[in-house]
Design a protein around this ligand. Structure first.
Ligand SMILES: [Zn+2]
Length: 144
């Protein structure tokens, strides 16, 4: 999925784990974290040296799209509502990436590639649908 789709999904996931504006912000921010393995991504652009190193060392959708990344929330936030928001933000990224492609969830095991591989056209179509549905959902629930 594209960064803006991960952002809105992460905001929703973070809010449900930690119902507050903080939960949304943490979830949305952490939902961008796995794509640090791509120098061309939104986060990759901000942290270019780190991003280049991860991309070169591991490749895209490997270590940062695996169980390893799920350890980050408790390292950053301990055992707190913020950690839950971060965890669900990251999970929203992994799950949505699996809907449009494959990730190495059980890195470093080679059989760990899991997900639905789609054509570029299908990927874009589903990304757009999910983005606008998630945005619509936020606006709808925001007005209630
Ligand atoms: Zn990703």
């Amino acid at each position: 999925m594209l960064w803006k789709t991960h952002l809105v999904l992460g905001a929703i996931a973070g809010y449900y784990a930690y119902p507050s504006w903080k939960g949304s912000v943490i979830g949305a921010t952490m939902a961008l974290l796995p794509d640090i393995d791509q120098a061309r991504s939104k986060l990759g652009n901000l942290a270019k040296p780190v991003s280049r190193a991860v991309q070169k060392g591991f490749g895209h959708r490997t270590i940062t799209h695996s169980w390893v990344i799920l350890l980050v929330p408790s390292l950053l936030f301990g055992n707190s509502p913020a950690a839950m928001a971060a965890l669900w933000g990251i999970l929203s990224h992994l799950i949505s990436d699996m809907l449009v492609g494959r990730i190495q969830l059980f890195w470093p095991l080679r059989f760990g590639w899991i997900g639905i591989p789609l054509s570029k056209r299908m990927y874009s179509a589903i990304d757009q649908i999910v983005f606008y549905a998630a945005l619509g959902y936020i606006v709808y629930t925001g007005y209630q």
